[in-house]
Structure formats: C-alpha cells, structure tokens
Design a protein around this ligand. Structure first.
Ligand SMILES: [Cu+2]
Length: 333
C-alpha cells in the first residue's frame, strides 16, 4: 500500500531528497509504537529508511513518515492520516508534492552512501561464538509454536558451567591449628538471543549453587533513529548528519510458573528488622537488636512488589517439605 499506492504520489519530492525511483526499491519502512491514542485505535507511524543491503537500515532515515490507519481488515482500505516530511506535517502525500512543485518545501537531500558488506550476509551459527565461552555446548531447540509442524532452530541455546568468581566458602587457618578448606562455587548458564527489528535481546538464565535462579536480559543491536531537525537533540543524540538516536523505553515481561516438589507451594518473605530491646543484664539500657523476620505471603496482592519499590531481602518459593531443622525447602526468587 505504501510503496504501490502512496509513494508514487510524491515521486518528485522523493526523487529530490532520496533518489526515489518508481516502486521505491531503495526504501524500506519501520514502524513505531504507540499505535494510537486510545483503546481501539490502529494507527501507526511508518518511517522510511534507505534500504542498504547487507547492513542495518536503522541509521538511515530519509525524513518521511506516514501515519497509517490500519483498522480495516482489508489492507486496500487502509488510509494515510498524516504525512511528516523533514520537520513539517502535511495532510497527504499529494499535498506534499503539490507544495514541493510550488517551491514551498525546503528539501534536505539525504545522501545514500551505505555500502553493502559481504561478510554480513554469510550464514552463521546462532548464537555466534561471541555470546558464549569456547567450551560451551550448543543445543538445538525443537518447537511447535506458531507453525503447522515441528521446527528446529539449530544452536539456539548454549549451555556452560562457569566459576562464580567467589568461592562458596574458604578458610585458611594459621591461628590455633594449621589447615585450609574451601569449596568452589559454580553456576550453570543457558544463553539465547532473540532478534526483533533492530535489536538483539540476549537472555541469560543462570542456576546458582545456592538454589537461586537468575534471569538476565540485555538489549543490544542498532539504535532507534529518526530524521534530525530543529531542537531534536532534546530527545537524544545526533549520530549522523541527518540522524538522531532517540530516547525511548523497552518493556519486558516475564511470566514464570515454578512448582517446587509438588503443587503446594508458598511464597515466603525473609528480612531483618531492628527491634528495641532492653539489655538483659542492664535493663535500664536499650539496644536496637537485629532480628530475622519471616512472613508467609497469603495473597497475590501481598506477593506483588512494584518495580523499584521496597521488597523483602529474601523472597522464596517453598514446598510442603521441610529440612531436618524444620525450615521449608524452596528456591529463592
Ligand atoms: Cu532501544
């Protein structure tokens, strides 16, 4: 719709700014959220970028953006609600072209000097060796999701064991007797990568020997960029002649369903608190004494902790079974 129906209406101005030819083969679109201003809206801004083969297109915006209403189920009925071109808004591409022909549009010519890099298009294993240590084991991932039949992603995960960096415990004695004892602490790591548009997200799941499961999540890849004009630096950093790397947010949601030793599990919160106590051998004096606090969280509400807010020092998921001393067995979250 954008390339066949819309862009030809502004062929003149696009030829001038962005070496446009019929069909627009040198351009690609990238969309951005939000997709509307209220519930039910389906309207998205699509930015046009130079299609630089074998290389990221994400740093090469040409300064044209189209607000497409894509609520209709039939794409033929989608419409352009607004046009942005190099700092100004227009009602349609036809209006932009009309004003360009009347000499009213100040066109910034965007150079298309990207070079194709041949090595970038070579097939390669995934994750690539830079994600994992050399001795890691690559594991294929078989799945049924989203496809009619089974699929396999080769080398989708890598698994390795690694020294934690600190021993679990060590002690060297030179005081009453002479001995040394210690235990290495290792972790088991699973690493995978998922690619979404210009980003690669690296997911680490790490199992520590104290029972803790740690999930790490990193965003890397190409930055998000838009056409740079006016006071745009307020919204990011200039990274090229006509390109602004923009501030924005990434949101990630985790949903974990963990059963420990059966389905009967509880969430426990452990922390420490200072409790004013009279000194036993000198009751007229008071000390702030540190105590362990333990609380079973009864409802989902109680077990919900807002990001950045205060949460208990130790949160763990415990099963019915107890250890020899009556402490519930569980995994720390
Ligand atoms: Cu980002």
């Amino acid at each position: 719709m954008i390339f066949n129906r819309e862009l030809p209406q502004a062929a003149g101005v696009l030829h001038r700014c962005c070496s446009y030819r019929q069909g627009g083969g040198n351009l690609v679109i990238l969309s951005t959220a939000p997709r509307g201003v209220q519930s039910g809206n389906r309207a998205t801004w699509f930015g046009l970028y130079y299609n630089i083969s074998g290389f990221g297109v994400y740093l090469h915006p040409v300064g044209l953006e189209l607000l497409v209403d894509h609520k209709a189920l039939d794409p033929a009925q989608w419409t352009i609600q607004k046009v942005f071109f190099q700092g100004r808004y227009y009602e349609s591409l036809a209006q932009l072209e009309e004003q360009f022909e009347a000499g009213q549009v100040n066109v910034v010519v965007i150079p298309n000097n990207g070079t194709a890099l041949i090595w970038a298009s070579l097939p390669r294993p995934w994750p690539v060796p830079l994600d994992c240590p050399y001795l890691a084991t690559d594991v294929d991932w078989h799945f049924l999701l989203e496809f009619q039949g089974p699929r396999t992603l080769y080398n989708a995960l890598c698994v390795f064991e690694q020294n934690e960096g600190l021993p679990l415990r060590r002690h060297h004695s030179d005081a009453f007797s002479h001995y040394f004892g210690g235990l290495v602490e290792t972790m088991l790591a699973f690493i995978s990568v998922s690619t979404l548009f210009n980003y690669d997200y690296v997911w680490d799941v790490i199992f520590h020997s104290n029972g803790a499961i740690q999930v790490k999540f990193y965003a890397t890849g190409f930055i998000n960029s838009v056409f740079h004009f006016g006071a745009a630096r307020r919204y990011g950093n200039q990274v090229r002649e006509n390109t602004l790397g923009i501030v924005h947010t990434h949101t990630a949601h985790y949903k974990v369903d963990l059963d420990v030793g059966g389905l009967e599990n509880w969430v426990w919160a452990e922390d420490m608190a200072f409790v004013p106590t009279a000194i036993p051998w000198s009751p007229e004096h008071q000390i702030q004494r540190l105590q362990v606090t333990r609380k079973q969280l009864q409802t989902e509400e109680q077990a919900a902790f807002p990001l950045g807010g205060a949460s208990p020092r130790h949160l763990y998921l415990a099963c019915k079974q107890k250890n020899k001393w009556g402490h519930p067995r569980g995994y720390r979250i």
